[in-house]
Design a binder for this molecule. Structure first.
Ligand code: HEC
Ligand code: HEC
Length: 429
């Protein structure tokens, strides 16, 4: 976190290191109000302002599960690496008084009236245990969420600040940068499998799907999707995204290409294609993808520098990895290729500067950078477990050349013979 390193608690029923000695009342107070049995306040990294809404019934079931369904683990928790004076916990108590809802007010808000029981269920899951707003809502100066429910105003779920360098986009109805173009079925597929025809989960959203939403029932996922689809756009000025074939034509014609276009052909087109349609749902489309048009480009710079892995889920067991380009592309080259995808195919989002990339490269911890697979020097045979090679081979064949090498002539759209039109919106294909 910006203030230092916070280690999460041992919540197994171990009596010395975990919560084995807690009573149910103490457990409920920690979850709903962020107060430990010794009276100390928890850091709001634990999303108790959302959990305040949880029902007695659900908390009772959770307590029973933790006490009887989880194995105790005798592991001491590492002390937090947060320097004094921020390490003092009493200001957190003040924070809690000011910003966290009381269980009574949270209960009243959770029980407000909804048009259908399904919407009420969706609101409960998204605003409560799902704590989607912890990432997807902007925080104020004291790190408090600026809205905790749909009632609190249009800033709720309108997109949050980057967490670990990944930017959570708007989950409201904006047609380009939000979920306006997504159907209920798109949303449930994304939350169940981490992927759909419009994008795939990466960074900490991959974690949220892998460890969380993939296990929800179809009814609960549908309720959440309907609730999200009922949130009107916060930014009313956005026009619908429409495909523009100019970038595809330029990439296919070859010849005089801009720096960004050439970098895209050499490094990205193998998987994301010259149409930007990708091979969804394995390799996500970049054309019309809301995360690509997000006002903040942090996630895009991050994924190009470090790569990312979409983990397998029960509903879609295959895992796909995007390689990192941090040790292959300079800051200026990353800026050029990210700027290209933000402008191509009808996308329109601000350009990215070299300084933007340099700042983020510094922030990403060494371990994150190391998680990028090493750049292959030779066109080595695919490693077992690595992402399958798509038909367009320009990346694997060109990796020993500097990225600025002009694209070989005769870049033919061989892809299209194999995959006719997987992206619903790519009419020009
Ligand atoms: C080997 C195939 C491959 C190559 C090459 C590749 N990507 Fe990706 N890309 C992927 C996969 C797979 C994902 C999904 C990763 C995840 O969900 O964790 C992805 C995700 C993305 C995303 C996020 C979109 C979303 O909805 O998940 C962006 C942006 C992106 N890639 C841009 C690029 C750019 C720019 C390049 C070239 C510098 C590039 N990719 C090269 C396979 C590739
Ligand atoms: C730990 C932070 C975090 C939490 C918690 C979280 N998200 Fe996300 N979410 C992200 C990030 C970062 C992205 C952008 C990367 C991506 O598209 O996968 C994202 C992307 C998404 C997308 C794709 C949007 C798009 O335009 O491509 C959906 C849908 C989504 N989240 C829904 C949810 C829901 C519903 C919840 C609550 C159950 C939730 N998220 C909780 C961080 C989070």
């Amino acid at each position: 976190m910006p203030i230092g390193t916070l280690y999460s608690s041992n919540i197994t029923p171990d009596k010395t290191n975990g919560i084995g000695n807690w009573t149910e009342a103490q457990f409920v107070r920690a979850i709903r109000e962020g107060v430990r049995p010794d009276g100390a306040a928890l850091y709001p990294a634990m999303p108790f302002p959302s959990y305040a809404r949880m029902t007695d019934e659900d908390l009772h079931a959770l307590y029973a599960y933790f006490m009887h369904g989880v194995q105790p683990v005798a592991q001491a928790v590492r002390p937090n690496g947060i320097p004094w004076p921020l390490s003092m916990r009493f200001p957190l108590t003040v924070w809690r008084w000011v910003f966290a809802p009381s269980p009574e007010s949270a209960r009243k808000s959770a029980e407000r009236s909804f048009p259908t029981p399904e919407l009420a269920r969706g609101a409960y899951l998204v605003e409560g245990p799902g704590h989607c707003g912890a990432c997807h809502t902007k925080r104020g100066l004291a790190m408090q969420e600026t809205a905790l429910t749909a009632e609190d105003g249009p800033q709720y779920l309108a997109g949050g600040a980057a967490v670990d360098g990944w930017t959570p986009p708007s989950l409201r109805g904006e047609p380009r940068t939000g979920l306006g173009a997504w159907s209920v079925a798109d949303l449930t597929a994304f939350l169940r499998t981490g992927r759909n025809m419009r994008g795939s989960a990466f960074g900490n959203m991959d974690t949220a799907v892998h460890h969380g939403t993939q296990y929800l029932t179809d009814d609960d996922l549908t309720a959440m999707a309907r609730y999200l689809k009922a949130l009107p756009a916060a930014n009313k000025a956005e026009q619908n995204w429409q495909t523009d074939p100019a970038a595809t034509r330029a990439l296919r014609a070859g010849g005089k290409l801009t720096n960004g276009q050439r970098l895209y052909l050499d490094n990205c087109a193998a998987c994301h294609r010259s149409t930007g349609a990708g091979y969804a749902p394995a390799f996500p489309p970049l054309a019309g993808n809301p995360v690509v048009m997000n006002a903040a480009p942090d996630s895009l710079i991050h994924i190009v520098l470090t790569g990312a892995t979409l983990h397998g889920t029960q509903g879609a067991p295959s895992s796909f990895t995007m390689p990192g380009f941090g040790n292959r592309l300079s800051d200026a080259q990353v800026a050029a290729v990210v700027t290209f995808i933000r402008h191509a195919w009808g996308n329109d989002a601000s350009a990215v500067s070299t300084m933007n990339v340099a700042r983020l490269r510094k922030q990403l911890t060494p371990s994150t950078m190391q998680s990028a697979p090493p750049t292959p020097v030779d066109p080595a045979p695919a490693q077992p477990g690595s992402a399958p090679q798509p038909p367009e081979q320009d990346v694997s064949q060109d990796t020993s050349k500097p990225a600025t090498t002009p694209a070989p002539t005769g870049h033919q759209p061989s892809e299209d013979a194999l995959h006719s039109a997987p992206h619903p919106a790519m009419k020009a294909n």
